[in-house]
Design a protein around this ligand. Structure first.
Ligand code: FAD
Length: 299
């Protein structure tokens, strides 16, 4: 075994040669040299020191539900918090939750505590870290509306950022500009509500997602951000891309802003389809379609 592995294993669980396809909802992407699972902030701090000492690239991954990894090998370290940073605490209407926990679990726990405010997130398959990073949202709400503070690790220090310091905007946050920062936890402020009403709203929305989204296929949700004046799916439809294939990648005929991995697509096939749509949108409609899904490990 190499020196980096020998150092990492002192502090955390390490897995080697794991494909991104096993860690992302698109089920796409090449092999990752090291995947690490620190169990607490001490292990995380030591792991980060090691990574920096060895000067290797690293990437934090949540549930992998908003990322398109290339087919290439990643000769770096993927840090995963989802097996270990998964506690949550309720204090009246404030929920403090670690970054690795699924936001769907948080939404359901909030509902059981009779707390309203997270119903919009009850169908978003991301981690607390990922939804904070993305300012994920639905039904006219988003994480910025409920997050009070975010605990981050940056420059070897753990510190809390207030909501207004997080630079939240549509599917964006300050964390996009600082990929070296790690989100550790968030404080989410909710309101007292009625458990039955909250459950009904969440059930209705789940039904709506099942009816309108191709959840039977691997995807990363909406591939493009919605321009201000129109939905991205309308533009894709106008271009005639609904139901189009490229290799195993398919523009869903149920929801045209979902490109799905319908038949063992490669990341390259998937991305070719993305580029073809962007190119035609520009040439035929003079429209910029910006990816909401993040590309990672591409040249
Ligand atoms: C079926 C489906 C439906 C979806 N519906 C919605 C929706 O309604 N609304 C919506 O907004 N999105 C939706 N998404 C997209 C996705 O779930 C969100 O963008 C979510 O926020 C991604 O979270 P994640 O944990 O999977 O992040 P990942 O995909 O793992 O990572 C995304 C980015 O966040 C960073 N990141 C993750 N965790 C941390 C951390 N702890 N510290 C620092 N950086 C971190 C990663 O480095 C990466 O840059 C959907 C996706 C799918 C597959």
């Amino acid at each position: 075994m190499d020196k980096l592995y020998e150092e990492l294993i002192k502090y955390c669980e390490v897995e080697c040669d794991i494909p991104f396809s096993k860690m992302t909802t698109l089920h796409l992407g090449g092999i990752v040299k090291y995947v690490v699972y620190p169990r607490n902030i001490i292990e995380l701090g030591e792991t980060m020191k090691t990574i920096k000492e060895f000067n290797v690239p690293y990437k934090v991954l949540g549930k992998g539900s908003n990322i398109l990894c290339s087919d290439a090998k990643y000769d770096g370290v993927v840090i995963r918090l989802d097996r270990t940073f998964d506690d949550l605490y309720f204090d009246d209407d404030l929920c403090t939750v670690q970054a690795g926990l699924s936001i769907i679990t948080v939404a359901y726990e909030a509902m059981k505590h009779g707390l309203t405010g997270l119903e919009f997130a009850s169908g978003i398959p991301g981690s607390v870290g990922g939804v904070t990073y993305m300012n994920a949202g639905a039904y006219k709400s988003n994480m910025a509306n409920v997050i009070e503070e975010v605990l981050i690790y940056r420059n070897d220090v753990f510190e809390w950022l207030r909501n207004e310091e997080c630079g939240f905007s549509y599917r964006h946050s300050i964390f996009h500009e600082h990929p070296d920062w790690i989100i550790i936890a968030a404080k989410i402020r909710l309101q007292k509500g009625n458990e039955t009403e909250i459950r009904e709203l969440m059930d209705n929305r789940r039904e709506r997602r099942l009816q309108t989204q191709p959840l039977e296929y691997p995807s990363a949700g909406s591939i493009f951000k919605n321009p201000e004046d129109k939905f991205a799916w309308q533009i894709i439809e106008e271009l005639g891309y609904r139901g189009k294939w490229n290799g195993g990648a398919f523009v869903s005929d149920k929801h045209a802003n979902f490109i799905v991995n319908a038949k063992n697509a490669s990341a390259t096939e998937f991305y070719e389809l993305v580029c073809a749509i962007q190119k035609e949108a520009k040439e035929k409609l003079n429209r910029e379609l910006v990816m909401e899904v993040e590309k990672f490990n591409w040249d």
